[in-house]
Ligand binder design. Sequence first.
Ligand SMILES: [Zn+2]
Length: 236
Amino acid sequence: MAESNESQGPSKPASDFEPSNTLSARFKNFYRMATGKMSPEGQKLYWEDADQRYSDIDCKRCEKQRDYLLKFSPAVRYMSDNIKKLGGDLGPHNIRCRTCKTGQLGGFDHKYGIMICANWVEKQNMLEDVLTHEMVHAYDHLRFKTNLSPEDDLRHAACSEIRASNLSGECRWSNEFFRNRVLSFTNHHQDCVRRRAILSVRSRPNCKDDVQAAKIVNEVWDSCFRDTRPFDEIYR
Ligand SMILES: [Zn+2]
């Protein structure tokens, strides 16, 4: 086995996995795999290669859905227009579909743009929610671009997270209902938004613990939950 052999070059054992760029190579690989003849190294390469090919399929689907939503989704178009009014520009060039290793659905970075985790977001209506969510972060970034102290930075993150979950429709009754039947109906939407905001603040590097995350979310809750800009009211 090659585990302890770190040297490169001719001493590295050749793998019985063949580059999968032809159909016959794919078939040979599959045959070896299916009949248990593939070496452990070959198996590892086989699965990495399969992941890569699935990832290409996921990303193509995600890009197609993204382009459709940018043209036809009222929520996405509305956010996009309002981001433009603040001097931002989000489109196919900076809304990227990627394969994510962690369980996140998407992310926003003011330099990079929006990332959609194509391997977790399969359905177009889910992508619509994720895209709207990240666009709220982009909008908030453009509204308040400032250098914040760590504490204010967490408050800003909490506020933007409350708004993104509140406005994106990701806490729609049905979504959560099927995931977690014990949530009460009455305060369901607010519980969901609050819970997601706490989890998100908790995952920030400068947040100490759950207690601090919950405290910060509570402090900004009233003003941020009420702040539905640029939407007049939550369309649901
Ligand atoms: Zn978020």
